[in-house]
Design a protein around this ligand. Structure first.
Ligand code: SPQ
Length: 429
Protein backbone atom coordinates (compact mmCIF):
# COMPACT_ATOMS: atom_id res chain seq x y z
CA UNK A 1 0.00 0.00 0.00
CA UNK A 2 1.08 3.59 -0.67
CA UNK A 3 0.67 6.41 1.86
CA UNK A 4 0.94 10.08 0.88
CA UNK A 5 2.72 12.11 3.54
CA UNK A 6 2.44 15.87 3.20
CA UNK A 7 3.11 18.44 5.91
CA UNK A 8 3.48 22.22 5.93
CA UNK A 9 5.88 23.56 8.56
CA UNK A 10 5.13 20.75 11.01
CA UNK A 11 6.21 20.80 14.64
CA UNK A 12 5.75 17.90 17.04
CA UNK A 13 4.63 18.51 20.58
CA UNK A 14 3.28 16.44 23.45
CA UNK A 15 3.60 13.34 25.61
CA UNK A 16 3.39 9.79 24.42
CA UNK A 17 3.72 6.22 25.62
CA UNK A 18 5.01 4.04 22.81
CA UNK A 19 3.78 0.43 22.37
CA UNK A 20 5.41 -2.41 24.30
CA UNK A 21 8.92 -3.58 23.57
CA UNK A 22 9.01 -6.13 20.72
CA UNK A 23 11.94 -8.17 22.08
CA UNK A 24 10.37 -8.42 25.54
CA UNK A 25 6.85 -9.17 24.22
CA UNK A 26 8.15 -12.14 22.18
CA UNK A 27 10.06 -13.52 25.15
CA UNK A 28 7.14 -13.10 27.57
CA UNK A 29 4.94 -15.32 25.35
CA UNK A 30 7.73 -17.87 24.85
CA UNK A 31 8.60 -18.17 28.54
CA UNK A 32 4.93 -18.10 29.55
CA UNK A 33 4.23 -21.03 27.21
CA UNK A 34 6.99 -23.31 28.55
CA UNK A 35 6.48 -22.28 32.20
CA UNK A 36 4.16 -23.98 34.67
CA UNK A 37 0.95 -22.07 35.50
CA UNK A 38 -0.58 -18.90 34.09
CA UNK A 39 1.40 -15.88 32.89
CA UNK A 40 -0.31 -12.54 32.44
CA UNK A 41 1.35 -9.94 30.24
CA UNK A 42 0.41 -6.26 30.21
CA UNK A 43 1.37 -3.60 27.65
CA UNK A 44 2.12 -6.41 25.17
CA UNK A 45 3.05 -5.27 21.65
CA UNK A 46 0.18 -6.12 19.31
CA UNK A 47 2.54 -5.89 16.31
CA UNK A 48 2.48 -8.55 13.61
CA UNK A 49 5.81 -10.08 14.68
CA UNK A 50 4.64 -10.77 18.24
CA UNK A 51 1.29 -12.04 16.97
CA UNK A 52 3.28 -14.56 14.88
CA UNK A 53 4.90 -15.82 18.07
CA UNK A 54 1.47 -16.24 19.71
CA UNK A 55 0.23 -18.08 16.62
CA UNK A 56 3.16 -20.54 16.73
CA UNK A 57 2.50 -21.42 20.40
CA UNK A 58 -1.22 -21.90 19.76
CA UNK A 59 -0.21 -24.45 17.09
CA UNK A 60 1.94 -26.13 19.76
CA UNK A 61 -1.15 -26.61 21.93
CA UNK A 62 -0.85 -23.61 24.26
CA UNK A 63 -4.02 -21.67 25.12
CA UNK A 64 -3.28 -17.95 24.78
CA UNK A 65 -5.98 -15.32 25.34
CA UNK A 66 -5.19 -11.96 23.80
CA UNK A 67 -7.28 -8.90 24.43
CA UNK A 68 -5.44 -5.95 22.92
CA UNK A 69 -2.30 -5.37 24.95
CA UNK A 70 -3.37 -7.81 27.72
CA UNK A 71 -2.34 -11.41 27.19
CA UNK A 72 -2.93 -14.50 29.31
CA UNK A 73 -0.77 -17.53 28.58
CA UNK A 74 -1.81 -20.88 30.04
CA UNK A 75 1.66 -22.39 30.41
CA UNK A 76 2.10 -26.09 29.75
CA UNK A 77 5.71 -26.65 30.74
CA UNK A 78 8.08 -28.00 28.07
CA UNK A 79 6.55 -31.47 28.48
CA UNK A 80 3.01 -30.25 27.80
CA UNK A 81 3.67 -28.82 24.33
CA UNK A 82 2.20 -30.97 21.54
CA UNK A 83 3.28 -31.65 17.95
CA UNK A 84 1.84 -29.01 15.58
CA UNK A 85 -0.15 -30.35 12.65
CA UNK A 86 0.53 -27.21 10.64
CA UNK A 87 3.71 -25.43 9.58
CA UNK A 88 4.90 -22.80 12.09
CA UNK A 89 4.84 -19.56 10.08
CA UNK A 90 6.82 -16.73 11.70
CA UNK A 91 5.88 -14.14 9.05
CA UNK A 92 8.54 -11.39 9.05
CA UNK A 93 9.98 -12.16 12.47
CA UNK A 94 13.64 -13.14 12.84
CA UNK A 95 13.32 -13.16 16.63
CA UNK A 96 10.47 -15.71 16.52
CA UNK A 97 12.22 -18.24 14.32
CA UNK A 98 15.69 -18.00 15.86
CA UNK A 99 14.51 -18.17 19.48
CA UNK A 100 11.95 -20.90 18.75
CA UNK A 101 14.55 -23.10 17.06
CA UNK A 102 16.48 -23.06 20.33
CA UNK A 103 13.56 -23.25 22.72
CA UNK A 104 11.94 -26.18 20.89
CA UNK A 105 15.09 -28.10 19.82
CA UNK A 106 14.84 -30.60 22.68
CA UNK A 107 11.15 -31.52 22.21
CA UNK A 108 10.33 -35.10 21.15
CA UNK A 109 8.52 -34.33 17.87
CA UNK A 110 8.94 -32.82 14.43
CA UNK A 111 7.98 -29.35 13.25
CA UNK A 112 8.56 -27.20 10.18
CA UNK A 113 9.20 -23.45 10.20
CA UNK A 114 8.65 -20.99 7.42
CA UNK A 115 8.23 -17.21 7.01
CA UNK A 116 7.73 -14.44 4.45
CA UNK A 117 10.00 -13.43 1.54
CA UNK A 118 12.32 -11.50 3.85
CA UNK A 119 12.70 -14.38 6.31
CA UNK A 120 13.41 -16.67 3.34
CA UNK A 121 16.64 -14.70 2.75
CA UNK A 122 17.85 -14.37 6.36
CA UNK A 123 20.67 -16.64 7.57
CA UNK A 124 19.70 -19.29 10.11
CA UNK A 125 23.04 -21.17 10.14
CA UNK A 126 24.18 -18.85 12.95
CA UNK A 127 21.69 -20.63 15.26
CA UNK A 128 21.43 -23.96 13.46
CA UNK A 129 25.23 -24.51 13.73
CA UNK A 130 25.51 -24.30 17.54
CA UNK A 131 22.16 -26.06 18.05
CA UNK A 132 23.45 -28.97 15.94
CA UNK A 133 26.53 -29.05 18.19
CA UNK A 134 24.11 -29.55 21.09
CA UNK A 135 22.50 -32.49 19.27
CA UNK A 136 19.58 -30.79 17.50
CA UNK A 137 18.48 -32.25 14.19
CA UNK A 138 17.65 -29.43 11.79
CA UNK A 139 17.43 -29.67 8.02
CA UNK A 140 16.50 -27.21 5.31
CA UNK A 141 17.62 -25.36 2.20
CA UNK A 142 21.30 -24.52 1.88
CA UNK A 143 22.21 -27.12 4.53
CA UNK A 144 19.81 -25.70 7.07
CA UNK A 145 20.67 -22.04 6.52
CA UNK A 146 17.38 -21.01 4.95
CA UNK A 147 13.68 -21.68 5.59
CA UNK A 148 11.71 -23.86 5.33
CA UNK A 149 13.51 -25.61 8.18
CA UNK A 150 12.49 -28.88 9.80
CA UNK A 151 13.39 -29.56 13.40
CA UNK A 152 13.30 -33.16 14.66
CA UNK A 153 13.25 -33.35 18.40
CA UNK A 154 16.26 -34.96 20.03
CA UNK A 155 18.14 -35.08 23.33
CA UNK A 156 20.47 -32.10 23.79
CA UNK A 157 23.79 -31.76 25.59
CA UNK A 158 25.15 -28.49 26.99
CA UNK A 159 28.03 -26.80 25.13
CA UNK A 160 30.36 -23.87 25.62
CA UNK A 161 29.98 -21.56 22.63
CA UNK A 162 31.89 -18.41 21.73
CA UNK A 163 29.60 -16.20 19.66
CA UNK A 164 31.19 -15.32 16.30
CA UNK A 165 28.67 -12.44 15.81
CA UNK A 166 27.22 -9.97 18.27
CA UNK A 167 23.64 -11.26 18.23
CA UNK A 168 21.09 -11.48 21.02
CA UNK A 169 19.05 -13.88 18.92
CA UNK A 170 21.91 -16.39 18.62
CA UNK A 171 22.79 -16.00 22.31
CA UNK A 172 19.14 -16.48 23.29
CA UNK A 173 18.58 -19.52 21.03
CA UNK A 174 21.52 -21.34 22.64
CA UNK A 175 20.52 -20.41 26.21
CA UNK A 176 16.92 -21.45 25.58
CA UNK A 177 18.07 -24.80 24.20
CA UNK A 178 20.32 -25.03 27.27
CA UNK A 179 17.23 -25.03 29.51
CA UNK A 180 16.43 -28.50 28.14
CA UNK A 181 19.98 -29.80 27.65
CA UNK A 182 21.95 -32.21 29.77
CA UNK A 183 24.44 -30.33 31.98
CA UNK A 184 25.46 -26.72 31.64
CA UNK A 185 25.37 -24.50 28.54
CA UNK A 186 27.66 -21.46 28.34
CA UNK A 187 27.64 -18.67 25.79
CA UNK A 188 30.58 -16.26 25.60
CA UNK A 189 29.64 -12.94 24.05
CA UNK A 190 31.88 -11.00 21.72
CA UNK A 191 30.18 -7.72 22.52
CA UNK A 192 27.37 -7.27 25.01
CA UNK A 193 23.96 -7.58 23.33
CA UNK A 194 20.43 -7.03 24.68
CA UNK A 195 19.97 -9.15 27.80
CA UNK A 196 16.17 -9.55 27.95
CA UNK A 197 16.43 -13.36 27.82
CA UNK A 198 18.76 -13.44 30.83
CA UNK A 199 16.49 -11.06 32.77
CA UNK A 200 13.37 -12.98 31.89
CA UNK A 201 14.79 -16.37 32.91
CA UNK A 202 15.12 -14.80 36.36
CA UNK A 203 11.61 -13.29 36.27
CA UNK A 204 10.27 -16.82 35.66
CA UNK A 205 12.17 -18.17 38.67
CA UNK A 206 15.00 -19.74 36.64
CA UNK A 207 18.70 -19.67 37.46
CA UNK A 208 21.26 -18.10 35.17
CA UNK A 209 24.80 -16.99 35.87
CA UNK A 210 26.30 -13.93 34.19
CA UNK A 211 30.02 -13.48 34.75
CA UNK A 212 31.36 -10.72 32.51
CA UNK A 213 30.80 -11.96 28.96
CA UNK A 214 30.13 -15.61 30.07
CA UNK A 215 26.48 -16.55 30.49
CA UNK A 216 25.54 -20.03 31.72
CA UNK A 217 22.32 -21.96 32.29
CA UNK A 218 21.73 -25.39 33.72
CA UNK A 219 19.42 -27.84 31.97
CA UNK A 220 16.28 -29.38 33.44
CA UNK A 221 14.96 -26.25 35.17
CA UNK A 222 11.27 -25.68 35.72
CA UNK A 223 10.04 -22.16 35.09
CA UNK A 224 7.10 -20.64 36.95
CA UNK A 225 4.55 -18.31 35.32
CA UNK A 226 3.76 -14.90 36.79
CA UNK A 227 3.10 -11.34 35.65
CA UNK A 228 5.19 -9.51 33.07
CA UNK A 229 4.84 -5.78 32.37
CA UNK A 230 6.36 -4.83 29.02
CA UNK A 231 7.97 -1.36 28.98
CA UNK A 232 7.62 0.92 25.94
CA UNK A 233 9.97 -0.02 23.10
CA UNK A 234 12.99 2.30 22.93
CA UNK A 235 13.44 1.22 19.29
CA UNK A 236 9.97 2.70 18.57
CA UNK A 237 10.58 5.73 20.79
CA UNK A 238 13.72 6.36 18.72
CA UNK A 239 11.59 7.69 15.84
CA UNK A 240 10.07 10.38 18.08
CA UNK A 241 13.44 11.18 19.68
CA UNK A 242 14.80 11.75 16.19
CA UNK A 243 11.77 13.78 15.09
CA UNK A 244 11.93 15.90 18.26
CA UNK A 245 15.61 16.61 17.66
CA UNK A 246 15.45 17.51 13.97
CA UNK A 247 11.98 19.00 13.30
CA UNK A 248 12.07 22.74 14.19
CA UNK A 249 10.03 23.94 17.16
CA UNK A 250 9.40 20.41 18.53
CA UNK A 251 9.34 19.12 22.08
CA UNK A 252 8.36 15.48 22.77
CA UNK A 253 8.17 13.51 26.01
CA UNK A 254 8.12 9.69 25.96
CA UNK A 255 6.94 8.08 29.20
CA UNK A 256 7.35 4.52 30.56
CA UNK A 257 9.97 3.65 27.98
CA UNK A 258 12.43 0.79 28.49
CA UNK A 259 15.91 2.04 29.41
CA UNK A 260 17.76 -1.26 29.63
CA UNK A 261 21.42 -0.18 29.20
CA UNK A 262 21.93 -2.81 26.47
CA UNK A 263 19.42 -0.84 24.36
CA UNK A 264 20.20 2.83 25.06
CA UNK A 265 22.94 3.48 22.48
CA UNK A 266 20.56 5.90 20.71
CA UNK A 267 20.49 8.13 23.80
CA UNK A 268 24.30 8.16 23.97
CA UNK A 269 24.57 9.07 20.28
CA UNK A 270 21.95 11.84 20.43
CA UNK A 271 23.74 13.31 23.45
CA UNK A 272 27.07 13.07 21.65
CA UNK A 273 25.52 14.90 18.68
CA UNK A 274 24.41 17.72 21.00
CA UNK A 275 20.71 16.95 21.47
CA UNK A 276 18.75 18.93 24.06
CA UNK A 277 17.41 15.99 26.05
CA UNK A 278 16.48 14.95 29.62
CA UNK A 279 16.40 11.31 30.67
CA UNK A 280 14.84 10.43 34.03
CA UNK A 281 15.01 6.86 35.33
CA UNK A 282 11.94 5.69 37.27
CA UNK A 283 12.63 4.37 40.77
CA UNK A 284 11.14 0.93 40.20
CA UNK A 285 11.59 -1.44 37.30
CA UNK A 286 9.10 -3.36 35.17
CA UNK A 287 9.77 -7.10 35.46
CA UNK A 288 13.48 -6.42 36.05
CA UNK A 289 13.80 -3.92 33.16
CA UNK A 290 14.77 -0.28 33.75
CA UNK A 291 12.07 2.24 32.77
CA UNK A 292 11.97 6.03 32.55
CA UNK A 293 10.93 9.23 30.77
CA UNK A 294 12.78 11.02 27.98
CA UNK A 295 12.11 14.58 26.85
CA UNK A 296 13.77 15.93 23.71
CA UNK A 297 13.68 19.37 22.09
CA UNK A 298 14.77 20.56 18.67
CA UNK A 299 18.36 21.78 18.59
CA UNK A 300 21.31 22.13 16.22
CA UNK A 301 23.19 18.81 16.12
CA UNK A 302 26.67 17.99 14.92
CA UNK A 303 28.02 14.93 13.11
CA UNK A 304 29.81 12.10 14.89
CA UNK A 305 31.49 8.73 14.40
CA UNK A 306 29.64 5.64 15.60
CA UNK A 307 31.35 2.24 15.82
CA UNK A 308 32.70 -0.49 18.10
CA UNK A 309 30.82 -1.95 21.03
CA UNK A 310 28.02 0.64 20.94
CA UNK A 311 26.74 -0.91 17.69
CA UNK A 312 24.74 -3.80 19.27
CA UNK A 313 23.20 -1.24 21.66
CA UNK A 314 21.68 0.70 18.75
CA UNK A 315 21.69 -1.72 15.80
CA UNK A 316 17.95 -1.31 15.08
CA UNK A 317 18.15 2.48 15.41
CA UNK A 318 20.76 3.00 12.66
CA UNK A 319 18.19 3.82 9.93
CA UNK A 320 16.74 6.69 11.99
CA UNK A 321 20.19 7.79 13.23
CA UNK A 322 21.19 8.10 9.57
CA UNK A 323 18.27 10.46 8.99
CA UNK A 324 19.22 12.53 12.07
CA UNK A 325 22.76 12.75 10.70
CA UNK A 326 21.51 14.29 7.44
CA UNK A 327 20.39 17.31 9.50
CA UNK A 328 23.53 17.65 11.65
CA UNK A 329 26.45 19.99 11.00
CA UNK A 330 29.29 18.01 9.41
CA UNK A 331 29.70 14.40 8.39
CA UNK A 332 28.64 11.30 10.35
CA UNK A 333 30.40 7.96 9.92
CA UNK A 334 28.81 4.67 10.99
CA UNK A 335 31.15 1.66 10.98
CA UNK A 336 31.33 -1.93 12.29
CA UNK A 337 27.65 -2.34 11.42
CA UNK A 338 27.83 -5.12 8.81
CA UNK A 339 25.05 -6.97 10.66
CA UNK A 340 22.67 -4.46 9.03
CA UNK A 341 23.02 -6.45 5.81
CA UNK A 342 21.10 -9.42 7.25
CA UNK A 343 18.13 -7.63 8.79
CA UNK A 344 14.61 -7.47 7.26
CA UNK A 345 16.36 -5.88 4.25
CA UNK A 346 19.99 -5.09 3.63
CA UNK A 347 19.61 -1.93 5.72
CA UNK A 348 22.92 -0.40 4.57
CA UNK A 349 21.64 -0.36 0.98
CA UNK A 350 18.05 0.46 1.93
CA UNK A 351 19.03 3.54 3.97
CA UNK A 352 21.33 4.88 1.24
CA UNK A 353 18.96 4.28 -1.67
CA UNK A 354 15.62 5.24 -0.09
CA UNK A 355 16.77 8.34 1.82
CA UNK A 356 18.78 9.08 -1.33
CA UNK A 357 15.52 9.23 -3.32
CA UNK A 358 14.49 12.09 -1.00
CA UNK A 359 17.74 13.95 -1.69
CA UNK A 360 20.02 12.76 1.17
CA UNK A 361 23.66 12.20 0.25
CA UNK A 362 24.60 8.91 1.94
CA UNK A 363 27.42 6.63 0.83
CA UNK A 364 27.11 2.94 1.73
CA UNK A 365 30.35 1.24 2.83
CA UNK A 366 31.25 -2.40 3.53
CA UNK A 367 30.34 -2.05 7.20
CA UNK A 368 28.25 1.08 7.49
CA UNK A 369 27.45 4.49 6.04
CA UNK A 370 28.96 7.91 5.47
CA UNK A 371 26.30 10.59 5.83
CA UNK A 372 26.71 14.19 4.73
CA UNK A 373 25.16 16.74 7.08
CA UNK A 374 22.89 19.78 6.59
CA UNK A 375 20.97 18.16 3.74
CA UNK A 376 17.74 19.55 2.30
CA UNK A 377 15.24 16.79 1.69
CA UNK A 378 12.79 16.79 -1.21
CA UNK A 379 9.42 15.16 -1.78
CA UNK A 380 9.07 12.14 -4.05
CA UNK A 381 8.58 8.41 -3.99
CA UNK A 382 10.37 6.16 -1.52
CA UNK A 383 9.86 2.53 -0.53
CA UNK A 384 10.02 0.79 2.85
CA UNK A 385 11.13 -2.29 0.88
CA UNK A 386 8.79 -4.07 3.35
CA UNK A 387 11.09 -3.19 6.27
CA UNK A 388 9.22 -1.54 9.16
CA UNK A 389 12.20 0.49 10.37
CA UNK A 390 12.93 1.84 6.86
CA UNK A 391 9.22 2.75 6.51
CA UNK A 392 9.18 4.72 9.77
CA UNK A 393 12.49 6.44 8.95
CA UNK A 394 11.08 7.61 5.60
CA UNK A 395 7.90 8.82 7.32
CA UNK A 396 9.93 10.99 9.72
CA UNK A 397 12.01 12.20 6.75
CA UNK A 398 8.79 13.36 5.07
CA UNK A 399 8.31 15.89 7.92
CA UNK A 400 11.36 17.75 6.56
CA UNK A 401 10.76 17.25 2.84
CA UNK A 402 9.87 20.24 0.65
CA UNK A 403 6.95 18.37 -0.97
CA UNK A 404 4.76 15.29 -0.53
CA UNK A 405 6.37 11.88 -0.02
CA UNK A 406 4.66 8.80 -1.42
CA UNK A 407 5.66 5.94 0.84
CA UNK A 408 5.39 2.57 -0.88
CA UNK A 409 4.84 -0.59 1.20
CA UNK A 410 3.86 1.51 4.23
CA UNK A 411 1.97 -1.47 5.74
CA UNK A 412 5.31 -3.02 6.82
CA UNK A 413 5.24 -0.60 9.79
CA UNK A 414 2.62 -2.73 11.56
CA UNK A 415 5.33 -5.35 12.23
CA UNK A 416 6.51 -3.35 15.25
CA UNK A 417 4.39 -0.16 15.52
CA UNK A 418 0.80 -0.56 14.29
CA UNK A 419 -0.29 2.79 15.80
CA UNK A 420 2.67 4.76 14.37
CA UNK A 421 0.59 7.14 12.20
CA UNK A 422 -2.00 7.71 14.96
CA UNK A 423 0.82 8.74 17.31
CA UNK A 424 2.28 10.98 14.61
CA UNK A 425 -1.12 12.70 14.21
CA UNK A 426 -1.36 13.16 17.97
CA UNK A 427 2.04 14.85 18.14
CA UNK A 428 1.21 17.08 15.17
CA UNK A 429 -2.07 18.41 16.53
O1 SPQ B 1 13.03 -10.01 14.89
P1 SPQ B 1 13.82 -9.35 13.81
O2 SPQ B 1 13.07 -9.44 12.51
O3 SPQ B 1 15.21 -9.85 13.67
O4 SPQ B 1 13.88 -7.78 14.20
C1 SPQ B 1 14.93 -6.82 14.40
C2 SPQ B 1 14.22 -5.42 14.23
O5 SPQ B 1 14.72 -4.50 13.60
O6 SPQ B 1 13.13 -5.29 14.82
C3 SPQ B 1 16.11 -6.96 13.46
F1 SPQ B 1 15.88 -6.80 12.24
O7 SPQ B 1 15.38 -6.81 15.76
C4 SPQ B 1 16.25 -7.76 16.37
C5 SPQ B 1 17.59 -7.12 16.69
O8 SPQ B 1 18.23 -6.58 15.57
C6 SPQ B 1 15.59 -8.24 17.63
C7 SPQ B 1 16.53 -8.93 18.57
C8 SPQ B 1 15.98 -9.71 19.71
O9 SPQ B 1 14.81 -9.49 20.10
O10 SPQ B 1 16.73 -10.54 20.26
C9 SPQ B 1 17.89 -8.85 18.44
C10 SPQ B 1 18.56 -8.13 17.34
O11 SPQ B 1 18.98 -9.04 16.34
P2 SPQ B 1 20.36 -9.87 16.42
O12 SPQ B 1 20.48 -10.52 15.09
O13 SPQ B 1 21.43 -8.87 16.65
O14 SPQ B 1 20.24 -10.83 17.51
Amino acid sequence: MVRRLEFTQPSLKGKLEVPGDKSISHRAVMFGSVAEGVTTISHFLEGEDCLSTIDCFRKLGVTIEQNGTDVKVHGKGFAGLTAPNEVLDVGNSGTSIRLLLGLLAGLPFEMTFTGDESIAKRPMKRVVGPLRQMGAQISGRDDGNLVPLTLKGSALTGIEYKLPVASAQVKSAILLAGLQADGETTVIEKERTRDHTEKMIQSFGGEISVDGMRISVRGGQTLQGGHIYVPGDISSAAFWLAAGAIVPDSEITIESVGLNPTRTGIIDVLREMGADMDVILDKGTGSGEEIGTITIRHSQLHGTTIGGDIIPRLIDEIPIIALVATQAKGQTIIKNAEELKVKETNRIDAIATQLGRLGAVITPTEDGLIIEGEQSLRGGKADSLTDHRIGMTLSIASLLADGPVELENEDAISVSYPSFFEDLDRLLS
